[in-house]
Ligand binder design. Structure first.
Ligand code: F6R
Length: 251
């Protein structure tokens, strides 16, 4: 794995956007796996800025998002589809038909999971998957103790995830109890993974993910065995790894 150290969130966002734009330039019709949450907002903003400058072209890019709440439609401001439109898709020249987020309103959720798995396969797999990480080491909505071998599936959200995500809702009671998420297996099948983390509250999860035992107790720890993992993290997120101060570390 390759770890890039950034001084702060802004530097992290620029570095992550750099890596994603390199992917788009090398393969203009690449398939990007995307994430929501606080971590990638700066990255999406930076990509938008470079698009506006004329340095990036999303015309042929295809995207598949990691997850979506069950029961929310894309027009709901808390849905991940809305987040993606608002933070990236509305601002660049991506063809909306080429953007994919699981359908949280699907009448048959199992069929929706199957459709999503088939969709990823029909696109030829994911060229680069962007990931944030939860404080407990979750990726997507794959919580601790989830089996590593799952593809897209339905999860019941844990109380801690509901509490963490409640900040984005008016009321904790409004946070949906279930989500559709790509599984660890789907994530691990991506050709390249870009994990981003910022802040002291991610330091423990990052230390365990990168240097702890590979275990379902820390879902992201499986990334250690991915053949092409790049981590971009700021000083705070790397503070428990004991890595010194180099800007780039190859382990
Ligand atoms: C989002 C996702 C989650 C987040 C994680 C970190 O699509 O799948 O796993 O990446 O919860 O969230 P933030 O970035 O808000 O700390």
């Amino acid at each position: 794995m390759r770890i890039y150290r950034a001084k702060n969130y802004q530097e992290l966002s620029r570095k992550a956007a750099n890596i994603i734009s390199a992917q788009i330039i090398i393969k203009p019709n690449c398939v990007l796996g995307l994430a929501t949450g606080s971590s990638p907002i700066g990255t999406y903003r930076q990509l938008t800025e470079w698009y506006e400058k004329g340095d990036l072209d999303f015309r042929e890019v295809k995207t598949v998002n990691l997850d979506e709440y069950v029961g929310l439609s894309g027009t709901d401001h808390q849905s991940y589809r809305y987040f993606m439109n608002d933070n990236l898709f509305n601002h660049v020249n991506i063809d909306r038909q080429n953007t994919n987020v699981p359908n949280g309103k699907a009448a048959d959720l199992q069929a929706e999971c199957k459709r999503y798995n088939e969709l990823i396969r029909s696109l030829g797999g994911i060229d680069m998957q962007l990931l944030g990480i939860g404080r407990n080491g979750h990726i997507g909505f794959n919580e601790p103790e989830e089996a590593f071998e799952k593809e897209t599936h339905i999860v019941n959200l844990t109380d801690s995830t509901i509490e963490a995500n409640a900040r984005l809702f008016d009321n904790i009671a409004d946070v949906p109890g279930q989500a559709i998420t790509m599984g660890i297996k789907s994530i691990m099948q991506a050709k390249r993974i870009l994990l981003i983390a910022s802040g002291k509250d991610k330091a423990d999860a990052i230390q365990k993910t990168l240097f702890g035992p590979v275990s379902p107790k820390v879902p992201a720890s499986i990334l250690q065995i991915h053949q092409n993992l790049t981590v971009v993290a700021d000083d705070d997120a790397l503070s428990e790894c004991g890595l010194g101060s180099e800007g780039m570390i190859v382990c």
